[in-house]
Design a protein around this ligand. Structure first.
Ligand code: UDP
Length: 241
């Protein structure tokens, strides 16, 4: 039986890598299904769920434009934002194959493909129990989907911003490089800034701090991690005021 959710309305930031096989480009049907199955159980707990999707499995603007200088970063960023729409479409159909109602909304209007992002409409969808998939980032270049997550989290009045990553929280140094790195269970915004800990992009972090929006960083690969996090189990690292 699903546990009672600790959070009523959640914004989940899923990096593009969640849609692909580790270290590989592209979209994997099984990885997308594995994520969708977790999201289904979250929705069944009664949590209102908005998902901001990244696009790094397909293209990251800054990396793509670096080098030859033939494609401007603003253009490459548009390409990156379009990549997030591809992930969003994949997640939408996969969730619907599991009988979960969804709406895909894009910050870049694309009327024949999905709905435009309209804040009040997104809130209605959440109230009606639909998973709202937010694609197209912020619609603007030079930022990433972390910023989109913070922005939408505030706009939609969520209780927590959950950042699903490959590592199981915030460490005092990079755990993929330093075997002695130690994980924090809880952090304050102040400590993150003081120790320059990597939680999310600074502009996104700033936006969360300003609104005192808690951030939970956790590993989406761990068994049932997303539903456990939403049920309020102590996993990952929670950043609060
Ligand atoms: N992007 C952008 N503006 C936004 C969000 C994303 O220009 O508001 C572009 C940017 O090029 C970024 C790419 O889309 O690199 C994919 O998003 P992101 O890198 O955040 O994906 P993730 O790392 O979460 O997979």
């Amino acid at each position: 039986t699903p546990s009672k959710p600790a959070f009523q309305r959640v914004l989940l930031k899923l990096s593009g890598e969640a849609f692909g096989h580790a270290g590989k480009n592209g979209i994997s049907l099984d990885e997308t299904l594995a994520i969708a199955e977790q999201l289904k159980r979250v929705v069944e707990m009664g949590t209102q769920l908005a998902v901001v999707v990244g696009g790094g499995n397909l293209l990251r603007g800054a990396q793509f434009s670096a080098g030859l200088n033939t494609i401007k970063q603003a253009t490459a960023d548009s390409m990156g934002m379009l990549a997030t729409v591809m992930n969003g479409l994949a997640l939408q159909d996969t969730l619907e194959s599991l009988d979960i109602q969804t709406r895909l909304m894009s910050a870049i209007p694309m009327d024949t493909v999905c709905e435009p992002y309209i804040r009040r409409r997104a809130i209605r969808h959440l109230e009606n129990g639909r998973v709202v998939i937010l694609a197209g980032g912020t619609g603007n270049p030079f930022v990433t989907t972390d910023t989109a997550a913070a922005l939408r989290g505030r706009e939609l009045g969520v209780d927590v911003l959950m950042k699903a990553t490959r590592v199981d929280g915030v460490y005092n140094s990079d755990p993929e490089k330093n075997p002695y790195a130690e994980k924090y269970d809880r952090l304050t915004y102040h400590k993150v800034l003081q120790d320059r800990l990597k939680v999310m992009d600074l502009s996104a972090f700033d936006m969360c701090q300003e609104a005192k929006l808690p951030i939970l960083v956790f590993n989406y690969k761990a068994d049932r991690a997303i539903e456990r996090a939403i049920a309020g189990h102590a996993i990952g690292t929670l950043v609060t005021g």
